[in-house]
Write a protein that binds this ligand. Structure first.
Ligand SMILES: [Zn+2]
Length: 127
């Protein structure tokens, strides 16, 4: 009985340690992107960002400079997908044409939504 409770406590502490590590990694990436403009690689995974409490990705259209905040938990990609792999599928709706879409730049990670996702094509709408 006591051993079982002890094991549960250890598991809980381990989960907390992983969460802290995920948060630190997501935060470091975010600071690098916002402060230095990259490089985007290597980047934490979608799952790490969500687990670390930074579940929103802010992006900016290279052409019109519109910014948007995308919820990572709504992106239908595997949780182990690194963030940089999402960049190619992020497109600004007002600038996108059938032949060409200007690239989007990943700005930073945030804990809460900061900008409405209006006008943006979500990666899940692709294909
Ligand atoms: Zn645009």
């Amino acid at each position: 009985m006591g051993a079982k409770i002890h094991a549960q406590g250890a598991r809980e502490r381990a989960r907390e340690a992983v969460r802290e590590a995920d948060r630190a990694e997501a935060k470091a990436w975010s600071v690098r992107m916002e402060g230095y403009g990259g490089p985007a690689q290597p980047s934490p995974t979608i799952g790490q960002c969500i687990n670390g409490g930074l579940g929103w990705l802010e992006v900016e259209c290279a052409r019109c400079k519109t910014r948007a905040s995308l919820p990572l938990d709504a992106i239908r990609r595997r949780a182990d997908t690194p963030l940089w792999k999402l960049e190619a599928s992020l497109k600004c709706r007002s600038c996108r044409s059938t032949r060409y879409a200007p690239p989007a730049r990943m700005i930073k990670l945030t804990a809460v939504r900061q900008i409405t996702p209006y006008k943006w094509v979500h990666p899940t709408e692709e294909r």
